[in-house]
Design a protein around this ligand. Sequence first.
Ligand code: GUN
Ligand code: ZN
Length: 431
Amino acid sequence: MGETLFLGRVLSFQRRPEGAADAAALTYHAAGAVHVKDGRILAMGCADELRRGAQGADIVDHREHLILPGFIDTHLHFPQVQVLASWGKDLLDWLNTYTFVEEQRFADMAHCEAMAVGFYDGLLRNGTTTGVAYGSVHATSAEAMFAQAEQRGMRMIGGKVMMDCHAPEALLDTAQSGYDESLALIERWHGRGRLSYAITPRFALTSTPAQLEAAGALCALHPDCYMQTHVSENVNEIARAKELYPDAPDYLGIYERYGLLSERALLGHAIHLEPREIEVLAGTGAKPVFCPTSNLFLGSGLYDDAGLRGRGICGGIATDIGGGTSYSMLQTLNEGYKVLQLRAQQMHPYQAFDWITRGNAEALGLVHEIGTLEAGSVADMVVLDSRATPEMALRADRIETLAEELFLLMIMGDDRAVAQTYVAGAAQKDV
Ligand code: GUN
Ligand code: ZN
């Protein structure tokens, strides 16, 4: 692949900014560059300095635009690309009416393959270079998800969902077949290239105790795999979980009992947590994942970011396609900002852009590889144009600071503001 020097306004975070005044948490070079060799970052810094060490390198000129680490989406559903924007009352109604119907189509490999193309095209057009995705119950869905990511060189994490009750017959595995199929997928895909497996019991409502036990056994056998599921998203869902598992102290206690919680556990939504559940998150290092567009769309509730951070819990942020309504992590920030406003919590744009890059990488334990533009990281990058539309350009005329520009991008920006996306230094968008 050789060497390339990407010129632009370079922005990367070293830690979560404490607020507006905490510019020390970030690195910003207004006349900056990223020097990439064979898909990895050799250096980021001032363009004049980097040019000296990059003689002979190809030059890619993104001056005027911002270059950031590629966005990371820590919770989304591959088989819901054709569920997105389906009208429904609330979570359980929406699952039964649309999602469990649509996911049946993923028994067919040709359908999975066609959908995988649209799925990754959508992510990359929106600047997302890493996702943590759920498949359907069918091993075929995970196969297609991994194969297409591998073809594009993307850092992906995912797995087939395990679900053995309370859903249409065609979507059910069994405790044994779910275990066997997940294990076969782990052996085939986990650690292959840039791919990792996530053991994926869908949620307590669609798994019997025997299946959760099997999922726990998989986690014990493969502690380097991720584990992903849903928790405490919707009040009716929580009531049902308690009905199905009457001996559990609370919803999260169900997963705790079966050995599913660790630093590599990702818990989608985590909205209506009880005090004991928050202590369990703090104690196990399991990560809640904020899914703002979905939480608003399904009327699920308002995530308590400050409350969780106050206990030292730094979760992820994600689209939750297709309960979520946009592939765009910028639009996810837009809605996330508003959700937190309703809780009288303000998300500063520095914190917001740190979250969808370094923060999400940290939640996944992958900061050494993705989420920043530090030397040694893979060159997964996004190039942002804050004048992408006439309306954005008009607003941008009155902007004076980087923080103001980032705020404009997260409130008004979407795929149109993504001028280019790079996966390991390779351009992904037709421009
Ligand atoms: N809980 C269990 N399955 C799902 C799903 O597909 N989407 C959301 N938002 N919540 C879930
Ligand atoms: Zn989900």
